[in-house]
Design a protein around this ligand. Structure first.
Ligand code: ATP
Length: 231
């Protein structure tokens, strides 16, 4: 599915198929993602949206078709190369359960940097800066269980951004929030992504959330079927 955007896409999915046992989750899905572009993946429950996101992020491998990142085919990389890609080039925001409950919010945000080998002090300084950008530096020393849903989701967004990823994969990032908090999280996520020219793959079934995207793709019965003009 093309977007009318000129230039090379940073990622492309082509004719992606994926089955889980007898269930055909994806049956020929296409998606181009250009640098700095926010694409909303919409569609009914069970249509294959999350499966498409997982295939694009290299979390699962398609049975057929291709997913390329900067021209490299993900399925030809070994597991450690795909892990390195997820750690270094991609960021992730999910609906629930992504923060480590035993760590403080600033430790959670610093975690991807620590895993990449950065020392505690510089990692936590960067994490604090990122929390401030998301307007939640006041909860830095609290544990995730002691902050509100909206604050926790902004901490999770801060963690997804702290490594300055090229692509952010967000699966129903506002699904657990009321509409006001959801819109706030989306505004901060999209503004932060635009500031670093990161691309975003945003899975959502909420039109109000999809309205923050540049472009919408609809998945139905495992196929990408329609693209709607920029919001
Ligand atoms: N790990 C799995 N094992 C078995 N079936 C799966 C698995 N993951 C997804 N499926 C099935 O594949 C189909 C597509 O699922 P997927 O999660 O991609 O849909 P979705 O559009 O993201 O749905 P929702 O909006 O409800 O999250 C569904 O029928 C689902 O039950």
């Amino acid at each position: 599915m093309t977007t009318g955007t000129t230039g090379e896409p940073i990622m492309s999915a082509r004719a992606v198929r994926k089955s889980f046992g007898p269930t055909q989750a994806l049956d020929g899905a296409d998606l181009d993602l250009h640098p700095g572009q926010v694409v909303a993946v919409m569609g009914p429950s069970g249509s294959g949206k999350s499966t498409l996101l997982h295939c694009m992020a290299g979390i699962i491998l398609p049975d057929d078709g291709s997913v390329t990142y900067q021209g490299r085919e993900l399925s030809t990389m070994d597991d450690s190369a795909r892990s390195a890609l997820r750690r270094n080039e991609f960021g992730f925001v999910f609906q629930f359960g992504q923060l480590v409950p035993e760590l403080t919010c600033v430790e959670n945000v610093a975690l991807p940097l620590r895993l990449a080998g950065m020392g505690r002090k510089p990692a936590e300084a960067k994490a604090t800066d990122q929390l401030a950008r998301l307007e939640v530096d006041d909860v830095a020393e609290k544990r995730p269980g002691d902050v509100s849903g909206g604050q926790g989701q902004r901490v999770a967004v801060a963690r997804s951004l702290v490594t300055t990823p090229k692509v952010i994969f967000a699966d129903e990032p506002t699904g657990a929030l009321d509409s006001l908090n959801g819109e706030r999280v989306m505004r901060l996520l999209v503004d932060a992504a635009k500031a670093t020219s990161a691309s975003v793959v945003l899975v959502t079934h909420e039109p109000r959330v999809a309205a923050y995207s540049d472009y919408e793709v609809v998945v139905r019965d495992g196929k990408t079927r329609a693209a709607v003009g920029a919001a």
